[in-house]
Design a protein around this ligand. Sequence first.
Ligand code: ADP
Ligand code: MG
Length: 304
Amino acid sequence: MKQSDDSGSGVTFDSPIARELADLSARRRALEAVEVSLSGTTRVLTVSNQKGGVGKTTSAVNIAAALASVGARVLVIDLDPQGNASTALGVPHTADTPSVYDVLIDEFPLADIVQQSPESSNLFCAPSTIHLAGAEIELVSQVAREHRLRTALEHYLADDGQWMDFVLIDCPPSLGLLTINAFTAAQEVLIPIQCEYYALEGLSQLLGSVRMIQRHLNPQLHVSTIMLTMYDGRTRLAQQVAEEVRSHFPREVLDTVIPRSVRVSEAPSFGQTVIAYDGNSAGAIAYREAAIEIIRRATNEKES
Ligand code: ADP
Ligand code: MG
């Protein structure tokens, strides 16, 4: 028998929605009590998956904002000509804005193009503009074409005034020279996987590319984190995909799963991350939990 409240509204306390709300507020309280300690080193993660629409940009900006909200200094490098990460972080990126294009092609210092996000004094963005669409081809004839981002980032981080705890690179959906620049500049690969059909399709190609970069360009690079996104727990399919990914990558997959959530998809149209737009929504709470896991995992790895 379901227990009814005595207001006569017919609302039941143990309805799925009531349970979900109770669960959310417990998780929110747990997050508020969390204390984090940052590693004291700069972690550079590239958010990659050569499939489009799997949640790369959404994950990059929301993880970045969640990290910033617990005190980390975070730089997002927008390496996708679409500029969606720049939009979500509220950073101007019209064609005449100095951008990652100028860094890669004309060797501008990163410091000349990085902007602070209006969302947080800890959150920064190196914007992309439409010019970046041409960079993929222009880079082909450049000297040190695979290392340009890495060199720029090293110079940037060498200045103490520009200390970052995290650098997240949002990649375009391809394995071209822009993504290779990201792989060469990073230590870690974060792969978002959409809990839908064909989730694992193309993953072996991505892992093959990571191995190739390890061998030839960046021995440090490794897949540290896999994040399940757009999860709809009501479908058998999402559960099956999640189980399958976990069985293949038991160490890499985060415990936190990002639910499919309207608030997450609405936020960019307000030039915001979901952390700023609705920080207590289910999607924001999941991204905040994922960010804590990302911080803790590295700390644990160092201790063990
Ligand atoms: P990618 O960068 O891999 O191309 P996006 O991050 O742009 O993917 O996401 C693709 C689309 O899915 C966007 O419209 C985004 O708003 C939406 N989306 C991403 N994550 C979620 C989520 N957790 N819930 C609802 N919509 C989402
Ligand atoms: Mg994207």
